[in-house]
Design a protein around this ligand. Structure first.
Ligand code: ADP
Ligand code: ADP
Ligand code: ZN
Length: 217
């Protein structure tokens, strides 16, 4: 699938879950600035050192840092491979930079898919979220458990991890950041007629089916 799409929605909306499914089904590439930043923190790079405290508070890392990360990752795509932007752009400035980054590479944004969710569900989703420590597949204590308890469906791994920022306090800050800085970028894309909305409260499978219909259109 050679289309580029943005998945937009508050923390816990299901962006990462759906991005992983598109990767598995269509060989697209997930570009998650959150994952890139967590990798930088783990590796102890200068970007990681600068980002760690900001992420622990649930605030946004600087536009310069994330835009540089996205540019590098786009350059690593295979020819004809579509990108799924997950957690980026998050501010109007990032949206503007993304336009330039894509234009420089003769790419166009096909769809901005907004996952609409009830905020009350997000704390529960985020506080129950964990991932496979080996392959990164996402799970949830209640909504997406491994088929064999303690064993990753995808890679057979037995180690799982939780994010330090997935606690109720930080989640509230992240939601406030989303409302104040990220939701306001939707009108930019609405004016271009590329926004599609999906009911993010539906079952994971139903959300995937709705997204599939949009990217096939
Ligand atoms: P985001 O990337 O938007 O922050 P995730 O995809 O990581 O969100 O989802 C947050 C948590 O909620 C994960 O544990 C995931 O398994 C679970 N989840 C995702 N989509 C749904 C859904 N439609 N219904 C119930 N739980 C979901
Ligand atoms: P979630 O999946 O819960 O929406 P992410 O993994 O996307 O969260 O982001 C985790 C943290 O990383 C954010 O709270 C923020 O500190 C930082 N971050 C991720 N992407 C961006 C971005 N595009 N701009 C600024 N900060 C970001
Ligand atoms: Zn795994």
């Amino acid at each position: 699938m050679d289309v580029d799409v943005i998945l937009l929605g508050p923390p816990g909306a299901g962006k990462g879950t759906q991005a992983q499914r598109l990767v598995d089904a269509h060989g697209m590439r997930q570009l998650s600035t959150g994952d890139m930043l967590r990798a930088a923190v783990k590796a102890g790079t200068p970007v990681g050192v600068a980002a760690k405290a900001v992420m622990d508070r649930g605030e946004l890392v600087s536009d310069e840092i994330v835009s540089a990360l996205i540019g590098e990752e786009l350059d690593a795509l295979a020819p004809g491979q579509g990108a799924i932007f997950d957690g980026y752009p998050r501010t109007a400035a990032q949206a503007e930079t993304l336009d330039r980054i894509l234009a420089d590479r003769q790419r166009t944004l096909a769809h901005v898919i907004e996952l609409e969710v009830n905020e009350d569900a997000l704390v529960e989703r985020i506080c129950g979220r964990y991932t496979c420590a080996t392959c990164g597949k996402g799970y949830h204590d209640k909504y997406e458990q491994p088929k064999v308890p303690g064993t990753c469906d995808k890679c057979g791994g037995h180690e799982f991890k939780r994010r330090p920022d997935d606690n109720e306090d930080t989640v509230r800050t992240r939601m406030t950041e989303y409302r104040a800085k990220t939701a306001p970028i939707l009108p930019i894309y609405e004016a271009r007629g590329i926004v599609a909305r999906v009911d993010g409260m539906a079952d994971i499978e139903h959300v995937t089916a709705a997204i599939e219909r949009i990217i096939a259109s």
